[in-house]
Design a protein around this ligand. Sequence first.
Ligand SMILES: [Zn+2]
Length: 77
Amino acid sequence: MKTLQKITLLIVLVALISSCASLKGNSASDNKIDPVCGMKVDKSDAFHYKYEGKTYYFDKYECKETFKMNPKKFIVK
Ligand SMILES: [Zn+2]
């Protein structure tokens, strides 16, 4: 009986982990590209900076500072 409980728990865990993974995949539209280094950044935990009415997202504080110093260099029009 105890073994069965362990297996059930394992199945529940695997289901939870895979549903989390698919959730992450679905939120791909929330990913922004850091204009400085080209890295994908998650909007929820990214550094952001507003410039000319648009918000730009960065993976690192350094990238944000680099952008602030010369935004025109990184904006592709
Ligand atoms: Zn960056």
